[in-house]
Design a protein around this ligand. Sequence first.
Ligand code: KG4
Ligand code: ZN
Length: 357
Amino acid sequence: MTLPRPLRVLGIETSCDETAAAIVDGDRRILADRVLSQTGIHTPYGGIVPEIAARAHLDHLDGLIRDALAEAGVGLADLDAVAATGGPGLIGGVMVGVMAAKGIALAARLPFLAVNHLEGHALSPRLSHGLDFPYLLLLVSGGHTQLLAVEGVGRYARLGTTIDDAAGEAFDKTAKLLGLPYPGGPAIEQAARDGDPARFALPRPMLGRPGCDFSFSGLKTAVRQAVAGLATPPTARDVADMAAAFQATVAAVVADRCRRAAALFRQRHPTGGALVVAGGVAANGAIRTALERIAADLGMPFVAPPHRLCTDNGAMIAWAAIERFRLGQQDGLDFAPRPRWPLDPTAPKAIGAGVKA
Ligand code: KG4
Ligand code: ZN
């Protein structure tokens, strides 16, 4: 008797500036994982231009899907479902991915799933580490900054979110002020290596405040004002010291918010649970060290999916679809892309400029 083979799903991600397609199976094997970053084409603008991003997705997605299928050694007939990020994100890009997935689903008579991008991130440690529910997730990327209690598939309690910029966005904007290239996070981390974090005293937004929300726009303004008082352009020393001060401040704020979120998490789940960090900013060594310290203090295991799974990718979308599909869920071909799509609709609305979800 042959055992039934594990589910096999194609996942497509196009909600931001990565065009991605991956094939994942129900045994947590990533059979193919293609990611094409658009960073180069947005660099001259110092940030992502939505219209350019959507056109680039359109140009490259078909080829990436074809490559992913070839790498996995499967045809459409070998798939059990096809999934795409259905939001939240830049709507033009989301439309490209959703239309491609729907087209494949229709042509190959496969179930279609529209995956919430945040759910993709939220469930990624189950793909990488087979992690059990519940866990506390800090999602820090260019588009989102959220603290979530992940309690089951479709069961997410949002404990905190940003009321203005996302953490990665704050890195990107600060880098721009300092004349560093986009994306700003790695450039700031690099510059900060030689910097003195104590030279500039920056405000620590939200530090010590009740709740677990984040705010980064005041910090960015403080950097702008401090830079205005320096030589134009700032010297390499100025840049290094400011980058170090900024990074240390973000790490301190993130640590403070996580500590509070961990206390809320403990009220809901007195035992068990890991502290998980995901999103592009999770690559930052200073932030990671701060989180590791908190997790050790709280006696929680610290889990960080590998960098490739932390940044935007198709594998996490395929995996979230597998988790939902196993529970009998799928979506109709009339699904409409959602630029905003909160994971926890019961969470109080965060008030502030630029609230994403
Ligand atoms: O998850 P991601 O690839 O894309 C989304 O935004 O969804 O995250 C990209 C963000 C950018 O803002 C980038 O500056 C930031 O992650 N980032 C970092 C580092 N590497 C990437 N931020 C701080 N330190 C880093 N080493
Ligand atoms: Zn993302």
